[in-house]
Ligand binder design. Structure first.
Ligand SMILES: [Zn+2]
Length: 341
């Protein structure tokens, strides 16, 4: 599987993947592949667009890390838990204090009888067309599984809290800069598969599926501005941060990610390995919305284990991701909103 240039794991033919994640760690076959299959082609790292580096404020990583600590202290945050309720309130309070209006979308899945909540807040730009900057806020449920190995105390410091914390820390920074596009901050619920193994078709990605469906309905009725692109963050605070070349993601946007990493001098943390990972960007890709997932899954030994704790996180990793996101966004706005308009 290792080529001379890079590790290149093609799993498109196999369809859906595990976890926010990968094919068949347990050897099981996926249920139903998403309509969208991975590009199966790595980014050409020689094709760098020269972008101006946009640095996050020097204390942003520490600020985000403090948010992680708070969220982790709430305990497990899968739907219905006390930690889940506390986290929703914390996200709302933090964004409201920053001057944003937070919209809550709560619904009960008829089959699962689980109540989920997505949160969203809008940062207006010059144009009404939107770029979604998103994460998932739920943590993997690690209780009630048949296999006792899957039942343990899990706080999801990286898988869940890191990206939530980073969006909370970034919100005031994004608001302080005049933007071309309207930025929609979205916190999806129900990303994690209710089955221990990834079940994308039926039992995962609840929040992003709902969000995309509602958006499509609203577009038909002319009630919402179009979403032109999605930038998704998932697991962005690990000490050994490595944002992979995620092969489902739109290739042009992966190019922007790589160019932003180069502009900031963060190449060592980006795209040293390539692998497809199923995540909340899949429902967007399925309806043709260009999307990129900044995810640190490949080689992440803490993923869905009891060691996904704050001890294995670092403010520096959050700072690096913030630099990359802030450097990417103007180019994403230019490519998908300004040029289109
Ligand atoms: Zn996960």
């Amino acid at each position: 599987m290792r080529s001379s240039t890079a590790l290149f794991v093609v799993i498109g033919a196999l369809g859906a993947c595990l976890g926010a994640a990968l094919v068949t760690r347990d050897g099981s076959s996926p249920q139903r592949p998403s309509v969208y299959t991975p590009a199966q082609q790595e980014v050409d790292k020689r094709a760098v667009t020269k972008l101006p580096a946009v640095r996050a404020p020097a204390d942003l990583g520490e600020l985000a890390f403090a948010h992680v600590r708070t969220l982790v202290d709430f305990g497990p945050r899968n739907p219905g838990t006390p930690g889940w309720s506390k986290q929703l309130e914390y996200i709302e309070q933090t964004l409201t204090a920053a001057g944003l209006e937070v919209r809550r979308d709560t619904w009960t899945d008829r089959k699962e009888l689980i109540t989920f909540t997505n949160l969203a807040a809008t940062i207006p730009g010059k144009k009404k067309e939107r770029i979604v900057l998103a994460c998932h806020h739920d943590t993997k449920c690690t209780t009630g599984h048949k296999d006792p190995a899957h039942n343990f105390h899990f706080v999801g410091a990286n898988d869940g809290a890191s990206a939530v914390a980073l969006l909370l820390a970034l919100a005031p920074v994004l608001m302080a800069t005049p933007r071309e596009a309207t930025i929609e901050l979205v916190f999806f619920d129900g990303e994690e598969s209710l089955d221990w193994t990834w079940n994308e078709a039926a039992r995962a990605l609840f929040g992003s599926k709902r969000f995309v469906k509602k958006h499509r309905d609203a577009l038909l009725l002319g009630e919402e501005a179009r979403i032109e692109a999605l930038v998704l963050l998932d697991m962005v605070g690990r000490t050994d941060l490595h944002i992979q070349d995620e092969l489902y993601s739109t290739r042009q946007l992966r190019g922007v990610l790589w160019s932003a990493a180069v502009a900031c001098g963060h190449q060592a943390h980006v795209m040293q390995r390539a692998e497809a990972a199923s995540d909340d960007h899949k429902p967007f890709l399925d309806v043709g919305i260009p999307s990129v997932d900044l995810i640190d899954l490949n080689g992440n030994v803490h993923w869905h284990t009891k060691t996904d704790t704050i001890e294995n996180m670092s403010p520096r990793s959050l700072q690096i991701t913030a630099d990359i996101v802030l450097t990417m966004l103007p180019e994403v706005e230019r490519l998908y909103v300004v040029q289109k308009g």
